[in-house]
Design a protein around this ligand. Structure first.
Ligand code: GLN
Ligand code: ZN
Length: 748
């Protein structure tokens, strides 16, 4: 039996990679310093895993920015707008990831998108018609060499050719590119052979999807063409079961396969029966994406007969790369002492594997019984169950608003808004001052009263600026929010926040997902005091700003002893309570942000319907108590709706604001012929860029929008929140937006 790992968090226990990257980008350090931090992190990671008991360590799972981007660079697949002479490989990597360099403009960054159903983002490979492959796998070889020099036994990790191809963009049929791509992979295989690599982990997570015949055929032909030499291939997939593709997998020339046994119920016995008798079967039995301590005793009972059957062919691993897990629970000295023993982060997950192996080899289960006791405690803990919440959900009478959109719309005339109303998405620039005030308060350097006064000053200045810009619906600007989920988590019972539980989201960006361990209920009003203050300053309507139940769920670590839809309903009730408090505070427009609905989609399309049903139900529940006069907005930051349009319509928000400017409003094609029935605000400028959009450009986009959406239902707003922008950019851009709205109104 062997213990291995598919990948380890790259950011470091104290987010060293983040700080090293940012120092490099700001010109405060040099390439040498960054590379040396990266090297040190790899060394630390290997040591951590080895000391925990992992026997076969991953190499090549590390990336400076993103492993899909690293694969593109290894294959020499770089958009031609970046190929220049002179820049180092590292700078090329960052140019593709982040757009123009300090030294000159090299064009727009490659698109970034979510890695399957996680909150990790990868850089989308761009395939150009003559896929010019130029393999350079020296960074991978160097990592292998580093690990060997430290005395480790390593298993290199490579993103498989089919998944890599699947994830990229191409104007034609992507499978056309497979022959060239395979030639590149062959060169990598040859290099690994020359390097005497034994096992190679080849990641093909698209096997969790329902693939069409073309892709299945491509799997067969690709893997039979690749000459493996001495390499032994361990094919890995994760985030979903591959029960539906077992015959396909069994037909490939492999030496082993890794199964995610956690994401979905997986029939291990079926896999053993179908897969060739000589293959290694790696069982991903420790959840790589959540933070709960594993019930090793229960797992032992399940694995014991399987282990006996597979004998030496059993490998054990976390379900997926630990990239999606925080690094080390040891650092969490401030966590509630009841909750802490319930948890395991990446390092502890490796230790769990070692304990499990010991028990399976010796048959002595005392150590795992002791270890697993807190898991039982959690499942029986009174802290996890709140009868009031359960009763409330049981006895719910109304799940949706009482009147249909048309009726609500006419009642909302009382808001007195003009045609083509202008608004923003919620946040305004988070200045250094604002961050400083929050940090001082957190460190206890200023009192609650001082903090409140300082924040109120920020809110007041934000309101005054919006008034002078001339917006119709104002916001308070969200200065008090560090993060749109963590802010709410702090006000919710049943939710804990860690101090160092960071997980990489993209590049240097990390998120710290809250931990939902028990039934959820508000401790006290969460936003109403800020909003009522903001509304007291102005005669214009101020829009209240909440994060929706599905987004809070998707961006948290969620308890595994209650179904996700139940947890979402509990959050919806808490958000609904806040809606009521906002209304009581004279807030008559409330936005409930749901940017995460799309990423919560299961991998298999056949499961989308069930997910969307409860996701929509949760959103509707969160605003069910709002009377018809109150206008409910929602916002989503993506511009691809076609395949989930029915669900978006079913949310039944009075106003939906979405990102569209980067795609030049192509999204509106989906909205033709009144396909979307309620009010909509397609974003008119990209908030990711410091460029100030001009009036003409905005007007052009709006004219385009008006061809599809009647003026009575069109709103005017930016693509997303403005927290990452500066005030001068923001004021200039919004003034142009308001001016375009005014000229357009005059022309209508
Ligand atoms: N209201 C949030 C903001 O303006 C929305 C952020 C988001 O869509 N991710 O920042
Ligand atoms: Zn957004």
């Amino acid at each position: 039996m062997r213990l291995h790992n598919l990948g380890f968090p790259r950011i470091g226990t104290h987010r060293q990679l983040k700080f090293a990257l940012e120092a490099y980008w700001q010109g405060d350090s040099d390439e040498k310093a960054l590379l040396s931090t990266a090297r040190q992190l790899r060394e630390d990671n290997w040591r951590l895993q080895q000391e925990a008991g992992i026997e076969l360590l991953p190499a090549g799972d590390f990336a400076h920015y993103d492993h899909v981007l690293a694969t593109s660079l290894m294959l020499g697949i770089v958009p031609s707008r970046f190929v220049q002479s002179g820049q180092s490989r590292l700078d090329l990597e960052f140019q593709v990831a982040r757009g123009q360099s300090a030294g000159g403009c090299c064009g727009q960054a490659s698109d970034m998108t979510k890695w399957f159903n996680t909150n990790y983002h990868y850089l989308v490979p761009e395939f150009e018609p003559q896929l010019a492959i130029k393999v350079d796998c020296s960074p991978l070889l160097a990592q292998i060499e580093e690990a060997r020099a430290l005395g480790h036994e390593v298993k290199p990790v490579l993103l498989g050719p089919l998944t890599y191809l699947y994830l990229g963009t191409y104007t034609g049929n992507k499978l056309e590119l497979l022959p060239q791509l395979l030639a590149g992979y062959q060169q990598i295989f040859d290099a690994l052979n020359r390097d005497r690599v034994n096992w190679l982990q080849i990641d093909e997570p698209i096997l969790g999807l329902e693939l069409d015949e073309g892709w299945k055929k491509a799997f067969r032909s690709a893997y039979s063409q690749l000459r493996q030499g001495q390499l032994k291939l361990l094919l890995t997939s994760y985030f979903a079961s591959v029960d539906h593709h077992l015959d396909l997998i069994a037909s490939l020339p492999l030496h082993g396969v890794h199964l995610d046994c956690v994401a979905e119920p997986t029939d291990i016995q079926l896999a053993i029966d179908i897969l060739p008798r000589h293959w290694v079967v790696s069982l991903g039995v420790i959840d790589g994406r959540n933070i709960w301590k594993t019930d090793l005793e229960a797992l032992y009972q399940k694995l014991e007969p399987i282990y006996a059957q597979l004998n030496g062919r059993t490998w054990l691993a976390p379900s997926c790369s630990l990239l999606h897990s925080p690094v080390d629970l040891e650092l969490e000295s401030d966590l509630d002492t009841t909750i802490r023993p319930w948890l395991a982060f990446a390092r502890q997950k490796c230790q769990e594997l070692a304990l499990l192996k010991q028990a399976l080899l010796s048959g002595d289960t005392r150590a795992i019984e002791d270890y697993s006791a807190p898991v039982r405690d959690r499942l029986q803990s009174s802290q996890a169950v709140n009868p009031t919440v359960r009763d409330r959900l049981q006895n719910l009478q109304s799940f949706t608003r009482s009147e249909p959109f048309d009726v609500r719309k006419s009642r909302q005339q009382s808001l007195g808004l003009p045609l083509l109303p202008t608004t923003s998405i919620g946040s305004f620039p988070q200045t250094g001052d604002i961050r400083h005030i929050r940090a001082q308060y957190k460190r206890g350097e200023i009192s609650r009263d001082q903090y409140t006064r300082l924040m109120q000053q920020e809110i007041e200045s934000c309101i005054r600026k919006q008034e002078s810009i001339g917006l119709d619906v104002l916001v308070h600007g969200e200065p008090e929010r560090n993060d749109m989920v963590e802010y709410f988590a702090d006000y919710l019972e049943g939710v804990a926040t860690s101090r160092f539980g960071w997980v990489q989201s993209y590049g240097s960006r990390c998120v710290k997902p809250p931990i939902i361990y028990g039934d959820i209920q508000r401790k006290e009003p969460m936003t109403a005091h800020w909003l009522s203050f903001a509304q007291s300053l102005t005669d214009k309507p101020v829009k209240g700003m909440l994060t929706g139940p599905v987004t809070i769920l998707c961006w948290s670590f969620v308890r595994d002893d209650l179904s996700r839809d139940q947890v979402a309903s509990q959050i919806a009730l808490a958000v609904g309570d806040e809606v009521q408090d906002l209304i009581a505070a004279s807030i008559h427009i409330i936005q409930i942000d749901e940017p995460a609905i799309r990423e919560g989609l299961p991998l298999k399309r056949s499961q989308w319907g069930a997910y969307l049903d409860w996701a929509v139900t949760a959103f509707r529940l969160s605003c069910a108590s709002a009377p018809s006069e109150v206008q409910i907005h929602s916002h989503m930051c993506y511009s691809e709706f076609k395949d989930i349009l029915d669900a978006i319509i079913a949310l039944d928000a009075d106003v939906l604001t979405v990102e569209t400017s980067r795609s030049n409003m192509t999204l509106l094609d989906d909205f033709r012929d009144n396909a979307y029935p309620n009010d909509i605000g397609p974003g008119v400028y990209d908030i990711h860029s410091p460029n100030v959009p001009d009036q003409e450009g905005i007007k052009r986009l709006l004219t385009k929008a008006l061809q599809v959406i009647p003026a009575e239902r069109l709103w005017i707003n930016p693509d997303c929140g403005l927290k990452t922008r500066t005030w001068p950019e923001t004021e200039a851009a919004l003034k142009n937006m308001v001016a375009s709205a005014r000229t357009l109104r005059a022309e209508l």
